[in-house]
Structures are given as C-alpha cells and as structure tokens.
Design a protein around this ligand. Sequence first.
Ligand SMILES: Nc1ncnc2c1ncn2[C@@H]1O[C@H](COP(=O)(O)OP(=O)(O)OP(=O)(O)O)[C@@H](O)[C@H]1O
Ligand SMILES: [Mg+2]
Length: 385
Amino acid sequence: MDQLVDELGKAQSTVSEARLASVFDTAADGIVVIDENCTVLAFNKASETLFGYSAAELIGNNVSKIMPADFAVAHDGYVQHYLDTGVKKIIGIGREVRGRHKDGTEFPVELSVGDASTSEGRQFIGILRDLRPRKSVEDRLAQAQAQLVHMTRISAMDEMGAAIAHELNQPLTAILLYLQSVSRKAARTEALDEMTLSVIEKAVKEAERAGDIIQRMRQLVEKKEPEREQIDIAEFAHACIGLVEMGTNERNSLFACVIEPDLPTLGVDPVQIRQVLVNLLRNAREAVSGMKIRRVTLSARHNGDFIEFRVSDSGPGVPPEVVPELFKAFSGQKQKGLGLGLAISRSIAQNHGGDLYLDTSGEERGATFVLKLPVETTAKTGARS
Ligand SMILES: Nc1ncnc2c1ncn2[C@@H]1O[C@H](COP(=O)(O)OP(=O)(O)OP(=O)(O)O)[C@@H](O)[C@H]1O
Ligand SMILES: [Mg+2]
C-alpha cells in the first residue's frame, strides 16, 4: 500500500513538473531562475529568443551575462543586500531595466522578480518582457507630436509672415518714394556730391529688394486658389522657354523641349504654372553657366493621372547637403537669388493637387526637377466627347 502511495505521489509530481515545464517554455515572456549566488538554474525558450543565448550556454553561469556591464557589476551586491536585509527593491514591485543581447545590443525590459524558498535554498524567478515594441510606439507618438508642434508653428509663421508683409509694404513704398524724390531733385540741382548720390542709389536698390522679398513672401503665404484654364501643353512649354530666353542674346539656345505627342489639355492656373516652370528653367540656366556642356531640357509626358514636366540640366547638380533645405524659403545658395523660387513653386504645385520635387533616382550628372500636375478627369472626358 505504502509503495502504491509513493508511486502515485511520484506520478503526480512528474505530471505537475511536466505541466510546469510546458508553461515555462510556452510563456511569451522570458523566465529566468537563479539561485542565491546568481547562478542561472533555468532559462526558458522566450529568454533564449530575447537574449540570443541557448539555455545550455547560460545555465551554471552568473546571470550578469544578460545585463549591461554597469548593471552586471552591481547585481551580485543587490541580491546580497536583499538576502541580508530583506529590503525589497525589485521583488514584487517590478521595474524597467536594461538587458544585454549576446550580440552586445542593449534594450529595455520590464523585470518582475519573485523569490521562493526551496529545498535547494532560496531561488529567484525573474520574468522579463521586451519593451522595445512599446518603446517604438511611444517614439512614433513622440515624433508625431513633435511634427504637429512644428506644423502649428509653421502655420503661425504663415499668418505672421502675411501680417508682416502687409504691414511693411506701406512704409517701404514710402521710403522708396522719398529716396527717389531726393535723388531726382539732387540730380537736377546738383546739390549733393557723387558719394551721397551713390549711397542714395544703393539705398533705393536695397529698398527695392526688400519690396521684392515682401511681394514674394506674400505669394508664398497667401495660397491663392488657382484660376484654372485649359492649356495646350506643347504651346505652353515653348512659351515658357521663350520667356526665359527673352533678353538674352545667346545665339544657340540652351533649351531643348521634348513633348510627348497627343497629350490632353491641362486645367491649371497659367500664370502660376508659368512662374514655376520659368523659375525651374532659370535655375537650370544658372546651374549650367560656366559648364563645358550647357544643356537644359524641358520635357512633358503623361504618367498615370498626371502630366509630368521635367527640367533637367547639365550643371553640377544639387549638392547633397543642400537637398534637405532645397524647398525651404530663403535657403538659396546664390548671392543674387532670394531662395524663394522653389518654395513658392512647390506650394503652387501642391495647391494644384500636384507636387514638385528633385528627382534623385537618375544616374546622370546635373539636376532634374519634376513638376507633377493632375490631369482633370473632366478635361479628359471633355476632350474625348
Ligand atoms: N538646377 C539646379 N542645379 C543646382 N542647384 C540648384 C538648381 N536649382 C536650384 N538649385 C539650388 O537651390 C537653391 C534654391 O533655388 P530657388 O529657386 O528656390 O532660389 P534661388 O534661385 O536661389 O532664388 P530665387 O528666389 O530668385 O529663385 C538655389 O540657390 C541653388 O543653390
Ligand atoms: Mg530660382
């Protein structure tokens, strides 16, 4: 009879051990069991995945192997302190700590620890949860929030920019008129010496430049609704080149124009889109000046629901450090330019439901800017019927 009870007891304990083993290895969290000396006694499957060590590699070793160096040094002391004083700092409380993968990477884990007195002495059971997924969500959230703050600031800037532009316009015009009348009078009466006259002239130039900046700032922030008209793309492209060539006396044109045949008409604000293309063509002409091969090509083609205008040049290309700033206002590198052209152009393109960007996919030298504008469905059906 006694033997039977004994057998039964053994069978039961094997069953519960098997059950425990199964729970141990199917747990989603890492489970690590250590003894009083911090030697690893058990290391489950989830821990293996988490830390990159196999159970065999860790069992019998100090648990500090899965901790960053600074924490590892202090860990034995923490355990001893608890054993000596019974003061719980982690046990039953849980806290965020850092773990260390076999490959050396460190990552945040939530650690909860329980302790148990067994026939083989005190043991500690640590349950470890990888906090990286939660952290990455938190990071993304923080990023989105930062972006939102940035956007709000930009729109406040927009409003302020528009207000400043409006307020400054009048006094600036007055300054210009005063200066002009002084310089006209001085020129007539010869009351002022050359030096003073040239200073006044410079002041007029600067005031004009400030006026120009304000004018274009207003364009940038006003976001006027486009007044759409149906335009013939080929005709329009040639006219833009004509505008840029005007006033130059180059014998051979820099510009080539390649237009895909049978393009539909395009419903855009011709004044605004002309401004975009002219700015791109001017930028391209400035980029190729001083180059051995000076070539600028304006092309247009149909691509899905869009018409794509491309302006490519044989210039030096846009330096990589300039690329992120390219479409920001006042970002220009030129002495003469205001650095507003591309910023205004992009906002015009986007106002049309399109976009303007630098094509960085090409291998060839030089720069290629792409202006994408949606083909209005009404225009297409109108053209077909
Ligand atoms: N085709 C190009 N090749 C190389 N760099 C370019 C090209 N187009 C633009 N850039 C760079 O981008 C900057 C911004 O161009 P953007 O047209 O916005 O201003 P800008 O031409 O300097 O002044 P403006 O306001 O008179 O147009 C330029 O100063 C230049 O450094
Ligand atoms: Mg420009």
